[in-house]
Structure formats: C-alpha cells, structure tokens
Design a protein around this ligand. Structure first.
Ligand SMILES: Cc1ncc(COP(=O)(O)O)c(C=O)c1O
Length: 378
C-alpha cells in the first residue's frame, strides 16, 4: 500500500521537470546569477498575481518578516503583538531584531483572536507593531484587521507564508498591513526547489527600502546607507518559480480546494473536528487541520499510519513555551488557553495538488473508520 504523503515532491517533479530544466538552462546561459532579469520578472509576475503593486524577492520567509519589520522601523526593545501558534520563524524574526514578542491568544480556528488583540493594543499604546499570521491557508477577518489598524494605529506586517492565494471578501491576505511577507519553502503552496521568500507592499518607498535592506543596505554600488542583510532571492529559484510554479498556482489552489471540499463533505466522525474557513473567507487550503481529544491524538495518528496515511502537527509546542525563548524577554496575555488546547489536539491531514481521487477517498474512509470509543473532541 502506497503511503498518502503530506507533500508529494516526486509527483510534483514529474509534472514540472521539463519547465524547471528550461529555467535552469536559461539562467545558466544568461551568465547572470544574482539579482538579474529572472528575479525582476518574477517579482513583477508575483505582484500581479497578488494584486499588490510591489514584490521584492528575498532569501526566505524568515528574512521577509525580519526585513519587513526593520523596514517599518522596528528597533531593539520595540514590542510586537503576535500569535503563540505559528511556525517558530514568526517570533524569531521579532527576537532577532531585538524586539519583544507580546503574545495573545488565538480563536478556535487557530488564528490570532482579533478581539483580544484590539483590547490589548487599546490598553497598551506602547505596542506599535502587529505581526498576525494567516495560518493553515485561512484568512483573518480583513475587515476587522483593517478596523483594528485604523483605531489603534499599529504598523502591521502580515505573515502570509501559508496564505498565498487566500482571500477575505475578495481581498487578498496581505493587503491590510503595510507589508506582507511570504515564503517559498518547498512545502508552501508556491514552493521553490530550495529557499526563498518575498515582501509585498502597495507602498513604493517601503519596497525600495526592502530592496536596499536585502542587499547589504546598498542604495548604489558600494554605497551603504544602513546595515542590511545578504538576502537576495537567487536567479535560479526565481526562474523556477516564474517558469514552472507560479503559472500553475491558480490550478493547484483549485485542486487543493476541491480536496478540502471532498474532505469536508465526506468526513463524519464525532471525535474529529474540522477547522474550516468561515463565511467570507477563501482559504488557499495550505494545510487541512483537524482536532481530536488530546488524550487520543497519538491513537488517531497511529490509526491513520496503519492505513497508510501520513499526518503532521501544526504546531505541537506553543512558541512562548519553546526552549529557545527561555531567558528571552517576552510578554503574554493570559493563559493562551485556546492556542494551548489546539497545540495539544491538532492533526494535519494530507492536502496537496497531486493527491489522486482514490487517495482522497482513502483519507476520508480512514478518518470515518477510526474506532469511536473514548472521549470526543468538542
Ligand atoms: C507561518 C510561517 N511564517 C514564516 C515561515 C518562515 O518561512 P521560511 O521557512 O521560508 O523561512 C513559515 C515557514 O516555515 C511559516 O509557515
């Protein structure tokens, strides 16, 4: 029995290999390997896809967050309101700049609780930055986020590493903050064959600053206006993203949405709760998270494994509980109980564009046939 994988890169390769070979050939023959025509062309295509005026390619999603926060003026000691449930990179970007992460709880779907976030910001005007995450491919309520931004006057960087192609009422994630940051890590919906990321913004001046910061803070050759990074998306990854991946992204997203719709329609189990988008939200279905009772999670995972189905956990340890933050200044509001419960109960099921219909049916059947005894997840 072939395992149903969380991502199937070998199948992806059989789909894209031809275009990737062309992309590599074009870069090799051009004799220009860093910050050339491929990066510029990809940035234009990405900006157009996203519906934001400017895209700047950088070395990773982490760098996109870090450079984005610095471009907005974050300095050592500045406090940043953020979520405790995300990839560690979200908080790492703040800490690497000397900023102080301030955590507040998530809602039941795992996204930053905007009501609580607004209460914290209103009570504490010293917090000048907000770094929310559109987790799992879901979009935060962008109307609420925009209202919070206007009322509290915080500078927002939206972490869109998991939400490329996601939208709220027809508006793309990343369009409320002053900047959006995304990742081209291979598992992402728009994945490279290596590392990469981008900062997107409607603000041309901010985009120019991000361009300087990614390249040693240079404003002209050998003229350095500020301390920057070496974080340049390379020509090879840009050519691959542009030639093989981005042209397929809409179709791949549709396929993910079909899989998610089939799962939602087919999965019926009292002990398994699906974390699904709310009205108004178009998820790009980066992950398919479900929750089970924490004490039965390992058993659920073992059952799926015995049926040849791979699973993941996003994320098993809350960021403020990570060892790396012991001794680092952080602040938290309350017990973060909702996020903590999700960290203990979440399981991610396979979702990617190369899944076959037969595999989708296998996943649904395996979930539905999980022995139902024991406590149920409410
Ligand atoms: C929500 C989120 N933010 C940031 C990142 C960091 O991206 P990268 O791995 O490209 O540095 C990731 C990817 O792991 C992510 O999922």
């Amino acid at each position: 029995m072939q395992t149903v994988l969380l991502n199937d890169f070998k199948r992806q390769w059989s789909e894209i290999g031809e275009e990737v070979r062309h992309a590599v050939e074009a870069v090799g023959a051009s004799g220009w390997y860093v910050l050339g025509a491929q990066v510029a062309g990809f940035e234009q295509d990405l900006a157009q896809f996203w519906g934001l005026a400017n895209a700047v390619g950088v070395g990773s999603g982490l760098d996109a967050l870090e450079i984005g926060l610095r471009a907005l003026g974050l300095r050592c000691g500045d406090r940043v309101l953020t979520t405790p449930l995300s990839a560690f990179a979200t908080t790492m970007a703040i800490v690497r700049l000397g900023g102080v992460p301030v955590f507040c709880d998530t809602d039941a779907k795992g996204l930053l609780d905007l009501e609580q976030a607004e209460a914290v910001l209103a009570a504490d005007p010293g917090i000048r930055f907000l770094l929310p995450v559109h987790l799992f491919g879901q979009s935060l309520d962008l109307d609420r986020l925009a209202a919070l931004r206007d009322r509290c006057g915080v500078a927002i960087v939206e972490d869109c590493a998991q939400s490329i192609g996601g939208a709220w009422s027809g508006r793309p994630t990343g369009s409320v903050g002053r900047l959006a940051a995304t990742s081209f890590y291979p598992t992402k919906n728009l994945g490279a064959l290596g590392e990469g990321g981008a900062v997107l913004t409607g603000d041309a001046e901010l985009a120019a600053r991000v361009r300087r910061l990614r390249d040693y803070g240079q404003s002209a050759k050998y003229r350095h206006d500020e301390i920057g990074w070496n974080s340049r998306l390379d020509e090879l990854q840009a050519a691959i993203l542009r030639g093989a991946m981005l042209p397929r992204l809409r179709e791949w997203t549709r396929r993910r949405q079909q899989v998610a719709a089939a799962y939602s329609a087919g999965m019926r189990h009292a002990g398994v709760r699906l974390l699904r988008p709310t009205d108004g939200e178009a998820s790009c279905e980066h992950l398919f998270p479900v929750t089970v009772a924490p004490e039965r999670r390992e058993q659920f995972e073992a059952h799926l494994k015995s049926r040849g189905i791979a699973t993941g956990r996003h994320y098993p340890i809350l960021i403020p509980d990570q060892q790396a933050l012991a001794g680092v200044r952080v602040e938290r509001h309350g017990e973060l109980a909702v996020a903590r419960r999700l960290a203990a109960s979440e399981v991610s099921l396979p979702i990617h564009p190369q899944l076959t219909g037969e595999e989708v049916e296998r996943v649904i059947a395996a979930v539905n046939e999980w022995p139902a005894e024991g406590p149920t997840e409410d």
